[in-house]
Design a protein around this ligand. Structure first.
Ligand code: DC
Length: 237
């Protein structure tokens, strides 16, 4: 079977990573979480004192970029892929609210984006990847064979994100999560560098009213069509 590139973009907390992981698992593809890479840069900047509250030492961050190594490795304890920053597993540290608040300072920096886009393209060079983010179908892989653009209402997204954080033992307030989501939508869509926009050839999935299973079946159908494999063959697998 032809191994294609699947780009998934959309607003934060829309279930992009859930869909991306499931598709990768079913197709035997590699899943790449591009948001984790921006989060790792934010964590690096926080730990180095380059960002604090709403201040960022832009030149300091740009100068430090060459010393930032980001990658993904299998974590034997969780059985999943984990994000590594300069050789350290940072998967736990990059998902909290503190990093979520600071990532919007570092993600618009053109030098940060140039470095991460280059890395992402290298990771996807061989095809057979599912990558999710904000600019995957527009900037990173404009020629991806399959592009999805995912969306859902802010209320539903806040509720899902809140439950996810609570399940991880993070203490948060639902209103604060909702506010953070709305703020990130605004930051993602209004920034000058690579704002979140729907690629003209992307398939839109609004999952506000879809179960995870319905969404998966819908997306897989589109992928199979793009690969050129009849859905009946896929259904027999
Ligand atoms: O998908 P996420 O919420 O983990 O992404 C974290 C942040 O990184 C988010 O504020 C948007 C930004 N991001 C980006 O600018 N470009 C990407 N390709 C992926 C994420």
């Amino acid at each position: 079977m032809r191994r294609v590139t699947i780009a998934i973009d959309g607003f934060s907390s829309c279930g992009k990573s859930t869909l991306a992981k499931e598709l990768a698992h079913r197709l035997g593809y590699t899943y790449i979480d591009s948001g984790a890479m921006y989060r790792a840069v934010a964590l690096f900047a926080m730990e180095s004192g380059l960002v604090k509250d709403h201040y960022m030492d832009l030149q300091g961050l740009v100068d430090a970029l060459d010393g930032i190594r980001i990658g993904f490795q299998h974590d034997d304890t969780t059985g999943r892929s984990a994000t590594f920053l300069n050789g350290r597993n940072v998967e736990g540290s990059i998902r909290g609210m503190e990093v979520s608040r600071h990532v919007t300072l570092v993600s618009p920096v053109p030098e940060v984006r140039a470095k991460l886009v280059e890395l992402q393209r290298a990771m996807g060079r061989e095809g057979g990847v599912v990558m999710d983010g904000r600019d995957i179908g527009t900037v990173v892989f404009p020629h991806a064979e399959v592009k999805f653009f995912m969306t859902a209402s802010p209320e539903i997204r806040a509720q899902r994100r809140y439950l996810e954080l609570v399940a991880k033992g993070v203490q948060v307030d639902l209103a604060a999560v909702r506010e953070n989501i709305i703020q990130r939508d605004e930051d993602d869509t209004k920034r000058k560098t690579s704002p979140l926009v729907q690629a003209p050839d992307a398939i839109v999935i609004d999952n506000s009213e879809l179960t995870a299973e319905e969404q998966f079946d819908l997306a897989l159908g589109h992928v199979m069509k793009a690969i050129g494999e009849p859905e009946e063959v896929q259904a027999r697998r």
